[in-house]
Write a protein that binds this ligand. Structure first.
Ligand code: HEC
Ligand code: HEC
Ligand code: HEC
Ligand code: HEC
Ligand code: HEC
Length: 448
């Protein structure tokens, strides 16, 4: 009898410890699951027809297959880890966010996208709807808890489905849910992605305007063929690859300090840039790749056009925020096997234009787009949520300028990947196309 008691006690504690053993997350989760544990999006499609079609247009459904992702992962990250095993965990880890199933199944590197394996499902329905929380103090580096199975988690209580058990989960409504993939720390403890942290420090967090409000807006709709009409979260997830989302993210206005100017004087212009639309900094996310820059021109009464350079403010690191004829990105030579690689043009935009960016530096203090190889971050000259920046331009009137009305145009451009890098790595044009965020105009009268 006593033995039985003891046996039961031991059994009880064994079960308890097995159960309280946390589900591995982040790097520890590599190879702890199999593909079969997750259902294919095609299964969800049969009832969630509309949401499925929305998702197929989302960057997250292509996070593994997209051309630039494939190039950076296979040509730079994987090659780098072959030359220096220190980077193996970081290169395997790309998949923890870009194709979570492949990572959890231990299928790293996964087959190339042309091989059409399940890795191509990228961030799919079942990954997102079987996450139950995250481990740790902060959400980052795919530290989501994945519990695949019959139960699908959503934001609404009491829904019934013929295919799955449906459970309401508070976590799915929170920004930390997105943060598990939208914050990233590299092997040198540098925060190379901080979108959710940026949000948390900004005004939208205080007002509880979550990521979902702007990236999954709700509208009267039916979330499944057999569902009743309700306010349904649209799976748009539109961001930097949607020209409409980027358009007008920043509003710009411009005025001269003096409207009437004599021909031997100078014109001083002020440009205000107001971040009216993003819930985080602009640019955010893959900050190592992205730039926004302000291009200002003057056109005199005879139609001759001049380019204006921004006035320097004098802060530390400012040289990285003004278009220059400089080389950078030499560390790409390591994975590509090019000795003494001279690098490519740093900016690829007109010299003198103001750039809104945060530079990432390698161990030699040279700018890098290889976020995993980043040792330090430079000046953060991006535009925060609801922040307004003012730039000034001093235009010394050229001797031959025509008197009369001079018009000024300011244009804020945006590029997902700096063009010289895109061209060098043969990344298709759409990744480095110029997107116009906004424009402004003003004028002065020039007297002889
Ligand atoms: C046979 C049809 C069917 C299939 C297949 C199906 N669902 Fe559903 N699902 C439903 C119905 C019906 C609802 C309830 C909708 C309502 O009443 O608004 C639902 C609700 C949901 C919800 C909302 C839960 C909530 O509480 O907000 C999620 C999330 C969900 N499904 C995910 C999935 C995923 C992921 C798949 C594929 C792995 C899937 N579903 C496959 C029919 C289906
Ligand atoms: C499992 C990881 C994961 C989770 C969770 C996740 N994302 Fe993403 N998200 C990604 C990856 C990876 C990309 C990059 C896609 C690519 O390669 O371009 C991305 C891209 C995006 C984009 C950029 C689209 C573009 O056009 O550039 C938006 C917007 C976005 N996610 C919003 C969200 C929001 C909002 C949430 C939370 C509701 C969320 N994500 C949760 C991994 C995730
Ligand atoms: C990046 C993560 C992510 C992906 C990928 C994703 N969802 Fe969702 N889904 C969410 C979040 C977050 C919500 C809750 C949004 C809210 O209510 O604010 C949601 C809500 C839903 C709902 C309930 C909608 C409503 O408001 O009634 C259904 C159904 C659903 N998703 C099905 C799917 C299906 C099917 C797919 C794949 C085709 C999919 N989801 C892909 C994150 C995701
Ligand atoms: C107030 C609205 C708003 C909120 C809140 C918001 N965003 Fe955005 N987001 C935008 C707009 C507008 C853009 C397009 C401009 C840009 O690329 O920054 C964008 C762009 C993005 C991009 C693409 C950036 C790139 O360079 O590829 C990602 C990723 C993203 N958001 C994720 C998130 C996440 C995660 C949250 C929550 C932590 C969030 N957003 C909260 C409005 C918002
Ligand atoms: C913690 C999650 C996470 C990890 C780890 C991660 N990424 Fe990403 N990656 C993202 C998210 C989220 C975005 C989208 C941010 C944005 O829209 O700017 C992104 C964007 C990108 C982009 C830009 C896509 C585009 O279309 O502009 C590339 C390329 C990329 N990642 C490659 C990699 C590589 C290579 C690695 C590994 C060395 C890696 N990522 C590791 C989450 C991650």
């Amino acid at each position: 009898m006593r033995f039985l008691h003891l046996f039961c006690l031991i059994l009880f504690f064994t079960i308890l410890t097995v159960h309280s053993q946390p589900i591995p997350v982040g790097e520890e989760a590599l190879g702890t699951r199999s593909y079969d544990q997750y259902e294919k999006p095609a299964v969800c499609q049969s009832c969630h027809t509309d949401i499925y079609q929305q998702w197929t247009q989302v960057m997250m459904s292509q996070a593994y297959m997209h051309h630039w992702d494939e190039i950076e992962y296979f040509d730079l990250a994987v090659e780098h880890s072959k030359k220096d095993p220190f980077f193996k965990a970081a290169s395997d880890g790309c998949n923890g966010c870009h194709t979570p199933m492949a990572f959890l199944a231990g299928d790293v590197p996964p087959p190339r996208p042309v091989e059409n394996s399940r890795a191509n499902e990228s961030v799919n329905c079942d990954i997102c709807h079987t996450v139950t929380g995250f481990h740790g103090d902060e959400p980052f580096n795919f530290n989501y808890i994945s519990e695949p199975g019959k139960t699908k988690y959503g934001a609404k209580p009491g829904l019934v489905s013929p295919h799955h058990v449906t459970k309401e989960l508070d976590f799915i409504r929170q920004t930390e849910y997105c943060g598990t993939c939208h914050n990233e720390k590299n092997p040198f403890d540098i925060w190379v992605k901080s979108t959710q942290f940026e949000w948390k420090e900004g005004p939208y967090a205080k007002e509880d305007v979550t990521c979902h409000v702007c990236h999954m807006p709700k509208a009267p709709d039916r979330s499944a063929l057999m569902a009743k009409e309700d306010m349904v979260a649209q799976h748009l997830f539109h961001g930097a690859h949607d020209p409409g989302k980027v358009a007008s993210a920043i509003e710009i206005r411009m005025h001269p300090v003096q409207r009437e100017v004599e021909i031997d004087e100078m014109v001083v212009l002020k440009v205000q840039l107001f971040n009216a639309k993003t819930g985080h900094k602009f640019p955010t996310g893959s900050v190592e790749d992205r730039i926004a820059w302000l291009h200002v021109t003057a056109t005199d009464s005879e139609g001759k056009t001049y380019h204006l350079s921004v006035d320097k403010k004098g802060f530390e690191g400012e040289e990285y925020t003004i278009g220059a004829d400089a080389l950078a990105y030499t560390d790409m030579g390591i994975p590509l096997g090019i000795d003494n690689f001279k690098g490519v043009q740093r900016d690829g935009i007109p010299v003198g234009d103001r750039i809104f960016r945060m530079p990432y530096f390698d161990e030699n203090g040279v700018m890098t787009i290889m976020q995993w190889n980043t040792r330090s971050l430079g000046v953060d000259y991006r535009i925060g949520p609801r922040e307004t920046k003012i730039e000034t331009y001093t235009f010394e009137l050229p001797l031959d300028i025509a008197p009369g009305k001079v018009t000024f145009k300011a244009q804020l451009n945006y590029q997902k990947l700096v063009k010289p890098v895109a061209d060098f790595l043969k990344v298709p044009e759409d990744e480095s196309e110029i997107m116009i965020v906004n424009t402004a105009t003003t004028w002065v009268e020039i007297y002889e």
